[in-house]
Design a protein around this ligand. Structure first.
Ligand code: ADP
Ligand code: ASP
Ligand code: MG
Length: 416
């Protein structure tokens, strides 16, 4: 008998009606002759509201209690889903992350899965239950509830699919699959049929929130193939899998935009061993995630070191860096918030040249100034003004011919 893991995100369970839709889908999958594990997120907006509530109650909530609070969003959603399945005449049971056997490390709010013991799930499946597991949470070795970082239900689903050796893992969401760009930014973005783990990893890390990047990382590491598809349609979505030979034919798979970034420059610092180490150690001590790092060419023995961080971390970064700037006798600290990162991603870049030139030219012709550039083997990322982000994505999308409609086939005629 096939075993299927189906994950439903917050919007897909955002109302009682949508929960009944999900219940019907889980039940229909079982009736097709499968063993079914549902992994469910909190109803849309619930996690944000819980975070807001915590911050209104206490300026710096303790992380253990924050996790205990945030996990309740998924607990409510799984109980509602299971009762909706039962109301349809099915047989369902909801499980917390701990009951599902998900053991994590102790890093509250961003815990990593250490081990999964799915014995109870197997027993319940053997008893013909549809097992509905709370996403985004686990339990640490002390028995405390932990959460897996924002978007973490994706990780629960992928990790469970791996641990259960599932025949299929389906990530149901509010779009038809992974698109060439966020369809909310580029209206004629196209659904991608197949994407390599590495491409999706770069896209997720560069701001395409359709999948949590840690979930994709896990899928790649353990070879868990999965499909991203719509919870409101029955159409096939996007398959994420190990790279195949023909994937290199496509130069650019997708474009990602990451807003709310800030740029920090340590200006005119001595070009000496140990300086970068000093700067980034202090940033790391504040648990601040650094993204792009660029060091300019040394002139007259000094250099500039620039990097990007999330805008929310800017105040802490300034506090941490000011004493270091004095200590290393840099000319100063220059910061800029409200910048965005635009990334073009594709494994085809490895065998095609000229992608960077085309990207820079396209932005330049439209008067969009590039502030920082970084590249990997399959990605080119630029930092630009936040206000230019959507326009830059639309222009780049067009430049690389990613649109769903050709000029001879207008969107209105071809749209379903
Ligand atoms: P869920 O609640 O189901 O986990 P998310 O809101 O986390 O869903 O992710 C789905 C959203 O991701 C879509 O509504 C879409 O706006 C956004 N998104 C960003 N980039 C992309 C992309 N390249 N392809 C598809 N969706 C994307
Ligand atoms: N509810 C959590 C969040 O909003 C986890 C998830 O939706 O995947 O981040
Ligand atoms: Mg999500």
């Amino acid at each position: 008998m096939r075993l299927i893991v189906q994950k439903y995100g917050g919007t897909s369970v955002g109302t009682p009606e949508r929960i009944r839709n999900v219940a019907g889908r889980l039940l229909a999958t079982q009736q097709e002759g499968c063993k079914v594990v549902g992994v469910i997120s909190a109803m849309a907006g619930v996690t944000d509201n819980l975070i807001k509530l915590a911050r209104e109650t206490s300026p710096q909530p303790t992380e253990r209690e924050l996790d205990a609070l945030l996990a309740t969003g998924e607990l409510a959603a799984v109980a509602l889903t299971a009762m909706a399945i039962n109301a349809l005449g099915g047989k369902a049971i909801s499980l917390t992350g701990a009951e599902a056997g998900i053991l994590t490390d102790r890093a509250h709010t961003r815990a990593r899965i250490a081990n999964i013991s799915p014995k109870q799930i197997h027993e319940l499946l053997a008893d013909d239950y549809i097992v509905v597991v709370a996403g985004f949470q686990g339990q640490n070795a002390d028995g405390d509830t932990t959460t897996l970082g924002r978007g973490g239900t994706d990780l629960t689903a992928i990790a469970l699919a791996g641990a259960l050796n599932a025949d299929a893992c389906q990530i149901f969401t509010d779009v038809d699959g992974v698109f060439t760009c966020d369809p909310r930014i580029v209206s004629d973005a196209k659904k991608i049929d197949e994407v390599a783990y590495d491409e999706l990893l770069e896209m997720a890390g560069a701001g395409s929130k359709v999948m949590q990047s840690r979930a994709v990382e896990f899928a790649k590491k353990f070879g868990v193939e999965f499909e991203v598809r719509s919870s409101l349609k029955s159409d096939i979505g996007t398959i994420a899998k190990e790279e195949t030979a023909n994937m290199e034919d496509v130069v650019i798979r997708g474009i990602s935009v990451d807003r709310n970034q800030a740029k920090v420059t340590v200006d005119d610092v001595r070009d000496e061993a140990g300086i970068a180490g000093r700067i980034f150690s202090v940033i790391a001590s504040g648990n601040i995630v650094v993204d792009m790092i660029v060091q300019s060419v040394s002139k007259h023995g000094t250099t500039d070191i620039s990097f990007t961080i999330h805008e929310n971390d800017l105040d802490s970064a300034i506090k941490l860096l000011e004493p270091v700037v004095k200590e290393v006798q840099a000319a100063g600290l220059i910061t800029k918030s409200g910048v965005a990162k635009l990334s073009v991603v594709g494994i085809g870049m490895r065998s095609h040249s000229g992608v960077a030139a085309r990207l820079f030219d396209c932005l330049g012709k439209s008067g969009i100034n590039i502030q920082l550039i970084s590249t990997s083997e399959i990605k080119i990322a630029v930092v630009i003004d936040g206000q230019d982000a959507d326009r830059a994505a639309q222009l780049t999308h067009k430049e690389f011919g990613l649109a769903r409609f050709t000029p001879s086939q207008p969107a209105s005629a071809a749209d379903e």
